[in-house]
Every structure is written in structure tokens, then in C-alpha cells.
Design a protein around this ligand. Sequence first.
Ligand code: SF4
Length: 118
Amino acid sequence: MKKSLICISCPRGCHLEISSAAAGEWLVSGNQCPRGKQYAIQEATDPRRMLTAAVPAKVDGVPCASVRSTSPLPVALIPELLNTLYKMRLDTPAKRGDVLLANWKDSGIDIIFSADFL
Ligand code: SF4
């Protein structure tokens, strides 16, 4: 299996190629620094993304609250998490950094407010 990627670890955007080798090793080319190899292996084995979202509010004149994940989440968990967040209707004040959802799906990752709400 050979896969092409663009490294998003810095603005240079190196074009990477990754393929599996013997004994669970990975061959990565195109990276101009070690972070590119780490990124390519992460993408091939356990792709993750930071999540930011606007959660609907149930308060006149305040459309939503800004939230984010505390670490990159497995990509497979993101659609269900967004569904959960978009169904919420927040009406309780919160401070930046307060936890909205703790340990989402036992990932060890919290969803926190990224700005004061109300
Ligand atoms: S491989 Fe290194 S230099 Fe290239 S985009 Fe990734 S982090 Fe930047």
C-alpha cells in the first residue's frame, strides 16, 4: 500500500509518500524533517484532528458557544461528537476552559469552552 499525503505540521507542506515495509515498519519519503515521518505514520495508523465547533445556545441574542477538544481526536469519533454537540442547546454560563464533555467516548479527551459563554 502506498499513500500520498501533504504534511500539515508546518507551512512548508511537504508532499509525502508512505508505504508499509516488512515487520511493521513504514517507509516515508518527501519529508524535510522528522516531524513529517511522524505525521505520515500517525495518518496511516491512527488519524486524528483537533476539533473546534460552535454549539447552539438557547439564549436570546447569543447564537452559540465556542468549544474545542483538549487534544487531537480519532477521526472516526468526530461525526458522532459533532452530532451530539449540534443537538445541544446551552443556557448555563461557562468560563473559558470549563469542561462541556469529559473524556468523550473514553478517549481521554475533553471538550472544553474556548471562550467565556454568557
Ligand atoms: S515534513 Fe517537516 S518541513 Fe515538511 S511540512 Fe512536515 S513539518 Fe514541515
